[in-house]
Design a protein around this ligand. Structure first.
Ligand code: C5P
Ligand code: MG
Length: 238
């Protein structure tokens, strides 16, 4: 893990929307956002990062100082303290940019490992498009991420009635192996969403940075609606 202290003290973003990445933030859980993210990656080459996946990977990483804490929060449907999630995201963004830069480097002299482990300098010249799934879910992580890592262009919010989400989650729980795909955790996650994440949606909405998409319709329709909104926001050539 990179230094959390560095993040706490930082007040300017390491990546900018221009030279680093345009960041789009994923919407409400299990409103089919995983499927939509896959399709967006295939169609437009976004780099997809999932906050939940990064947290689960860190939870399972041998020797992680945060493993137990993450496990506890996830099981209870609570939002993990923001520094942990933001640092994981920043690292993953840096890794993706370094990997892309190394691929482009025809001389083949780039040492990817060194770039990944380098301290935050923000001087990457690679243009990237990041689709960040399941983030932000709490006001403090939204503000800190934009302040210290990268400003977001907008938030994609997939809106789906609770009954439909519960049905999909319980179905997924039969095979997902996730400790939070059970009735009790699902109830807690819904409560967290209403109390903690909805204010974030409202905050971005006030700034006209929310793209709200109905997700209780077939996936093809959801994708078409997403594409139409992306074109409106980013133009044809994003
Ligand atoms: O998005 P996903 O359903 O994979 O998230 C699973 C859990 O990970 C959440 O219920 C929460 O405990 C944690 N999480 C978080 N902060 C985020 C995203 C996920 O704490 N931004
Ligand atoms: Mg997910």
């Amino acid at each position: 893990m990179p230094a959390i202290d560095d993040l706490k003290n930082r007040t300017t973003p390491v990546f900018s929307a221009d030279d680093g990445a345009s960041v789009d933030l994923g919407g409400r859980r299990i409103a089919g956002k995983g499927t939509q993210c896959e399709r967006l990656v295939a169609a437009y080459g976004f780099t997809h990062l999932s906050a939940g996946d990064l947290l689960r990977a860190e939870q399972n990483r041998a020797g992680s100082q945060y493993g137990e804490l993450i496990k506890d929060y996830i099981k209870n449907g609570l939002i993990v303290p923001m520094e942990v999630t933001i640092v994981l995201l920043e690292n993953a963004m840096r890794d993706a940019m370094s990997a892309a830069a190394a691929n482009k480097d025809v001389t083949g002299t780039n040492d990817n490992t060194a770039a990944v482990n380098a301290p935050a300098t923000g001087n990457t010249s690679l243009k990237g498009k990041f689709l960040i799934d399941g983030f932000p879910r709490k006001f403090d992580q939204a503000v800190k991420f934009e302040e210290a890592v990268c400003p977001a262009k907008f938030v994609l919010f997939y809106d789906c009635p609770e009954e439909e989400m519960e049905r999909r989650l319980l179905e997924r729980g039969k095979t997902s192996g996730r400790e939070d795909d059970n009735a009790e955790s699902i109830r807690k996650r819904f409560r967290t969403f209403i109390e903690t994440s909805m204010p974030v949606v409202e905050y971005f909405e006030k700034q006209d940075r929310v793209v709200r998409i109905r997700a209780d319709v077939p996936p093809d329709d959801v994708f078409r609606a997403t594409q139409a909104e992306l074109v409106k926001r980013l133009g044809d050539n994003f």
